[in-house]
Ligand binder design. Sequence first.
Ligand code: AMP
Length: 348
Amino acid sequence: MFKPILGIIGGGQLGSMLAIAASKLEIKTVIFCDDIDAPAQNFSNEFIYGQYNDQNKIKEFVDKVDIITYEFENIPYETLHKINKIKPVLPKPSVNRIIQHRLAEKDFINNLNIRTTRYVSIEKKSEMNSVEDLLPGLLKTVTLGYDGKGQHPIKSLESLDSINIDYSKGYILEKLVKLKKEISIIITRFSDQKYEIYEPIENIHEDQILKNSKIPAEINDKILEQSKLWATQISEELKYIGTLCIEFFIDRNDNLYVNEIAPRVHNSGHLTINAYNVSQFENHVRAVCKLEQIPLKKISNAKMTNIIGDQIINFRNKEYGENEFFFDYLKKEIKQKRKMGHLTTLLN
Ligand code: AMP
């Protein structure tokens, strides 16, 4: 069987775990990243350091691989589009164009009759005067925000004067959902109507950063079925190839909302490495490299804890039980709020 060489744009922990999954399948990987210290170079066959608009480096990368994928969604669309003319980029770049922009993403979801929180586009300060019914809300930059970056909580119109906001950036104002729970669904789409879908994962955030994930999620059957159906509909409508994550909110009245789509493998799916026969990473590699689709089987319930900032020091010196799996992302520098590793515990 032909085994393509897989190019991965981005060299963080997701790139590392993709490279590890690929090597298990005897697929060679080349990582292209704009961080010279990218941890994924420890796990890939080759590493190319360069800026994402450096045409010479892009060419060097593209020449070395057969298929290209990416570990994060904020790679310039133009870069992906240009590469896609030479070698296939999966998931296809048009998916990224929608999802990189919070307004386009929410419009896309609502057009499928799938519920999101209420929202409005804000391009100048004066537009904030007529949004009282969306408050309290969150003002988010339409592009380039993650882990709470680029977000301003807005309690009331009066509170606006005390917050320093650069309106030239372009925002979306979202009504704050009174959260009961957050869940995510990881799904890998191989081709038309061919999927592998993981059961919903329950997520706990601290300071807008994911802290813990666990399966099973404690949710009712209606939410379980609805979340799976919506995830399937979204991936089908995008004609997506690879692993995708849909993040959901559940409010205090048990209404389900899609928060956002991550067109890639996802932090909440790290527990799939140990809790399933095929992880989200392996499934992504299988789908983009057109390898065999294997029916998913759950091995165990599980809980995953992210290790953030200098917490990693303690974890590096611990002893672990048989049901515990510690992953050190081997990042050179410890930074506050930076994801440094994770621990998955299998539960029965
Ligand atoms: P995001 O970067 O949009 O996924 O937001 C990160 C986290 O902030 C989410 O996982 C929620 O915990 C919280 N959050 C974001 N938007 C809302 C909202 N409209 N209502 C309530 N919580 C939110």
